[in-house]
Ligand binder design. Structure first.
Ligand code: HEC
Length: 160
């Protein structure tokens, strides 16, 4: 099956996979249960993750649509970097309750969760360096590496 972009460029497997990858990050859906605890830690971290996705997605959209713009990509990366710290401080010790989709492993295997987080920070540092250097090829490849760190943490630490 030949998949073409409207511009006529043949779509690479990588680009094609972007069509399905990013929506998959959203699969957790919305919590039907209201977070009634003081400070709403679960709701706050979920909102922070959604916000992170909202700034991550436009980068893939730009690549997918074959309209890479180095300055705009750099700006989006800066925006993403500004949001990547937000969720983590809301994983307090007694905060695994509905509507959370977090697995108990977040609190049971603290070291592994921390490693997953550090992988995510390291890969997004690298992505940002490539984005700021206006390096398209490295930027695109590193985008996928960051994506993998989101996905792999979700596989281990978030219910579907
Ligand atoms: C170190 C682990 C980890 C990494 C890395 C990670 N996440 Fe998550 N994410 C979680 C956990 C745990 C939850 C579930 C939070 C909850 O429901 O309490 C979650 C939830 C989400 C949600 C659902 C929020 C909701 O409303 O239920 C989205 C969207 C999301 N993450 C996007 C991302 C994106 C995009 C990335 C990478 C750019 C990412 N996450 C990286 C652990 C991670």
């Amino acid at each position: 099956m030949a998949v073409l972009l409207t511009s006529g460029f043949p779509m690479t497997r990588k680009m094609l996979s972007l069509l399905v990858l990013v929506p998959a990050l959203l699969l957790a859906g919305c919590g039907e249960v209201e977070d009634t605890r003081p400070g709403q830690p679960v709701k706050t971290r979920q909102e922070a993750f959604k916000d992170l996705l909202r700034s991550f997605e436009p980068m893939s959209k730009m690549m997918k649509e074959g309209r890479y713009d180095a300055d705009e990509f750099a700006r989006m990366s800066t925006d993403f970097m500004a949001k990547r710290n937000a969720p983590w401080s809301h994983f307090g010790s007694d905060t695994n309750y509905p509507p959370s989709k977090a697995k108990p492993e977040v609190w049971q295997d603290v070291a592994a969760f921390e490693r997953a987080k550090q992988d995510f920070f390291a890969s997004s540092d690298a992505l940002n360096a490539a984005a700021q250097a206006r390096d398209k090829t490295r930027g695109e490849n590193l985008y996928f590496r960051v994506y993998d760190t989101c996905k792999s943490c979700h596989d281990s630490f978030r219910h579907r």
